[in-house]
Design a protein around this ligand. Structure first.
Ligand SMILES: [Zn+2]
Ligand SMILES: [Zn+2]
Length: 277
């Protein structure tokens, strides 16, 4: 099923207005220069950045240590790197992105995430993963929405890592598939969340060389070099990490397929604790 013509027209109009016309800050409506992006400097400075957080799961903490939940039961993924609290206006911007892949407001958020990613690995004296995997959507969701918002974020983050921090990464949306439709996680109990997401992801043995059904007609191109997953550190890119259950599920699938380590990068992290692992 393709997106309707009116939906495509709205996306195109929004894209052209952001690209061709100097406008106003989309949050406070103050005027912007054409080269200043889509948010003013004041609004960018006021964004709810994640400061003190668990070094494993990024849940909010009063210190930058490891939270009790991760100490009792370490997550399957290596570390979660998130840039913002899932508060206003981040929640609205992510919602807009899910309806419109040309939402320009996601660009400054992706730049902040790329900066946070680069500084996290630099301070930890660890190499940054060179392969990033947009969190896959089920094919029915792709058919309905027309695109995967995590793919858009991956492209923007990859651009900033390469341009601003000299880190080259490869986007691979063909390695992993989502075989179970996700339900709205906030409507489920912790136990239901775990069972709904368990075994939701699969890595086909030969999938890393197949064309992907999860490929969007966006401006972001994947590199053509097909490299195996085995022995590599990879990062999964998501818009929001809520409980860590989805992150653990895809990390488990990728580790079973031979990845050496799986980290999670997300624009936002909810303030809920990682109680479901
Ligand atoms: Zn503003
Ligand atoms: Zn934690």
């Amino acid at each position: 099923m393709l997106p309707s013509l009116s939906r495509v027209s709205k996306r195109l109009a929004r894209y052209l207005s952001h690209s061709l016309l100097p406008g106003s800050c989309s949050l406070c409506l103050s005027s912007l220069q054409a080269s200043s992006g889509v948010l003013c400097q004041h609004c960018i400075a006021e964004l709810p950045r994640l400061t003190n957080h668990c070094q494993r799961c990024s849940a909010t903490l009063e210190s930058n240590l490891i939270c009790g939940s991760c100490q009792r039961r370490p997550p399957i993924f290596g570390r979660c790197i998130s840039a913002f609290h899932y508060h206003s206006p981040i929640d609205s911007i992510i919602l807009r992105l899910k309806n419109d892949p040309y939402t320009a407001d996601i660009k400054p958020l992706s730049a902040v995430l790329a900066e946070h990613i680069a500084s996290t690995y630099r301070h930890a004296q660890l190499p940054c993963p060179e392969t990033i995997i947009p969190l896959p959507l089920h094919w029915l969701k792709i058919a309905k929405r027309g695109f995967n918002q995590s793919y858009i974020i991956s492209g923007l983050v990859a651009d900033h890592l390469r341009r601003d921090h000299g880190i080259a990464v490869e986007i691979r949306s063909d390695i992993c598939q989502r075989r179970v439709m996700g339900q709205d996680q906030h409507l489920l109990s912790a136990k239901q969340r775990l069972s709904s997401i368990k075994n939701a992801f699969a890595v086909e043995p030969s999938a890393d060389r197949k064309p992907s059904a999860d490929r969007e007609p966006s401006a972001y191109k994947e590199t053509s070099a097909a490299q195996p997953l085995i022995g590599r550190s990879v990062a999964v890119v998501d818009d929001v990490v809520t409980t860590g259950a989805t992150a653990n599920s895809i990390a488990s699938a990728l580790l079973r397929a031979g990845a050496a380590q799986v980290d999670i990068w997300s624009i936002a992290r909810t303030s809920w604790n990682n109680s479901t692992g």
